[in-house]
Design a protein around this ligand. Structure first.
Ligand SMILES: NC(=O)C1=CN([C@@H]2O[C@H](COP(=O)(O)OP(=O)(O)OC[C@H]3O[C@@H](n4cnc5c(N)ncnc54)[C@H](OP(=O)(O)O)[C@@H]3O)[C@@H](O)[C@H]2O)C=CC1
Ligand SMILES: CC(C)(CO)C(=O)C(=O)O
Length: 315
C-alpha cells in the first residue's frame, strides 16, 4: 500500500519508519532539501521506547515537498498522513495538497487542536479529510533519527461522519496495526477530538507558563485549582455548543498528568525552543468558540495571552 507522509518531524518519522519496516510503500516529504539528503544518505533510524533497538530503514522514498512538480499526483486511493504543525498549513500548502491528492486521495491529519479540518475543507472534498487523534509520543533527535518516547493509541475518523468503515479505511488501519500501532477507526472522532482538545487546553498552557513537567501539575492545590478553572470554563463552552463529551473528563485530565508525568508538554517544549506554540489552535480555538456565542472565557483568555506574551519575549 502507498502511504505518503508530509512532515518529517517527530510523528512523521515514527510512523514512516514503522510502516516501512513492515513493507508499506512509504514516501516521506521533507520541508528542506538538507533533511532529505540526510535521510537519503543515512537511512531513517528509530530508537525504540526501551532504548534497546535502533532500526535503520532505507526502504523509505524521500522527496522535498516544495520541489514536487506541478503535475505530480499520488496513486489512486492512496493516503497522505499529514504530520506538520498547524502553523505550517498555509494557503499555498493547501493548494498544492489539493492537486497532489487528486480526486481519490485521502489525507489524515494528526495535528493537535482544532481548526485545521475547517481550513482544509476550503480546498478538499470533505470525504477526503480524516482526523487522527494519537497518544503515541515521539521526538526527532536529528534529521534522520527519531525516538519513540511513549506508546499510545491512534483513533481515526471523519469529523461529523460515523458510517461503517470503508475498504480504504480498513486498509490503512490494517497497515498501522501491522506496523505495531494500536490503531482503529473511531465511531465518534468528534468526541475524541474535543476530549483531546480539553486535555491539551488544561495541561499545555499551564505547564508552559509554570515551566513544569505534566505530573508536577498535580503537586500543589494551587496548580490543581488552575487546572480546574480551565476545565470548568472549557466544559461550559462545550455545553453551550452542544458538544457531546464524557462525564468523567476531569478524572481523564488528571490521569493524563499521571501517565505522562515525566513529559515536557509540547507547548513548554516550543516555548523553551523559541518556536511558535499551538496555543492559537488549542485555547485560541476555545476563545473563538466562546466569542461565537458571546460567552466570556477569562481563564482561557488569560492563559492564551500569557503564552502569546512568552512567544514574543522569546523571538
Ligand atoms: N510528537 C508527538 O509525540 C505528537 C505530536 N502531535 C501533533 O502532531 C503534529 C506534528 O507534531 P511533531 O511531529 O511533534 O512536530 P515536528 O515539528 O517534530 O514535525 C513537523 C514537521 O513538519 C515539517 N514541515 C513544516 N512545513 C512543511 C512543509 N511545507 N512541507 C513539508 N514538511 C513541513 C517540519 O519541517 P522542519 O523540521 O524542517 O521545520 C517538521 O519536520 C503537531 O500538531 C502535534 O501537536 C500529536 C500527538 C503526539
Ligand atoms: C497529552 C500531552 C499533554 C502530553 O504531553 C500532549 O498532547 C502535549 O504535550 O501536547
Amino acid at each position: 500500500m502507498d502511504i505518503h507522509i508530509v512532515g518529517a518531524g517527530s510523528l512523521g518519522l515514527l510512523f514512516g519508519s514503522k510502516l516501512a519496516q513492515v513493507g508499506a510503500n512509504v514516501t516521506i516529504y521533507t520541508r528542506t532539501s538538507s533533511q532529505a539528503v540526510e535521510l537519503q544518505d543515512q537511512g531513517l533510524s528509530l530508537i525504540t521506547e526501551m532504548n534497546l533497538v535502533t532500526e535503520k530503514t532505507s526502504a523509505v522514498k524521500i522527496r522535498v515537498w516544495d520541489e514536487i512538480e506541478d503535475s505530480y499526483c499520488i496513486e489512486e486511493n492512496a493516503w497522505i498522513l499529514l504530520t506538520m504543525k498547524q502553523k505550517d498549513l498555509t494557503d499555498a500548502f493547501a493548494r498544492k495538497l489539493q492537486h497532489v491528492l487528486g480526486e481519490t486521495g485521502r489525507v489524515c491529519c494528526f495535528q493537535n487542536g482544532v481548526g485545521h479540518v475547517q481550513f482544509l475543507e476550503q480546498y478538499l472534498q470533505p470525504q477526503q479529510i480524516y482526523t487522527a487523534i494519537t497518544t503515541e509520543a515521539a521526538r526527532r533527535d536529528e534529521g534522520a533519527v527519531v525516538r519513540h518516547t511513549g506508546q499510545g493509541e491512534t483513533r481515526i475518523g471523519r469529523m461529523g461522519g460515523h458510517a461503517e468503515a470503508s475498504e480504504h479505511e480498513i486498509h490503512l488501519i490494517n497497515w498501522l496495526q501491522r506496523a505495531g500501532f494500536k490503531a482503529f477507526m473511531s465511531k465518534n472522532i468528534d468526541m475524541d477530538v474535543y476530549r483531546k482538545l480539553l486535555i491539551n487546553a488544561v495541561i499545555n498552557p499551564l505547564t508552559a507558563i509554570m515551566r513544569i513537567k505534566n505530573g508536577q501539575l498535580l503537586e500543589t492545590s494551587e496548580r490543581v485549582q488552575c487546572m480546574r478553572w480551565l476545565y470548568e470554563e472549557t466544559m461550559f463552552i462545550y455545553r453551550a455548543h452542544n458538544i457531546p463529551v464524557e462525564q468523567n473528563l476531569w478524572e481523564q485530565v488528571n490521569q493524563v498528568c499521571r501517565s505522562t508525568s515525566a513529559n515536557t508538554s509540547s507547548m513548554l517544549k516550543d516555548i523553551l525552543n523559541g518556536t511558535e506554540s499551538e496555543i492559537k489552535w488549542i485555547n485560541g480555538s476555545l476563545l473563538r468558540m466562546a466569542d461565537d456565542l458571546g460567552i466570556d472565557a477569562p481563564v482561557n483568555r488569560m492563559v492564551y495571552t500569557l503564552v502569546k506574551a512568552m512567544h514574543q519575549s522569546n523571538t
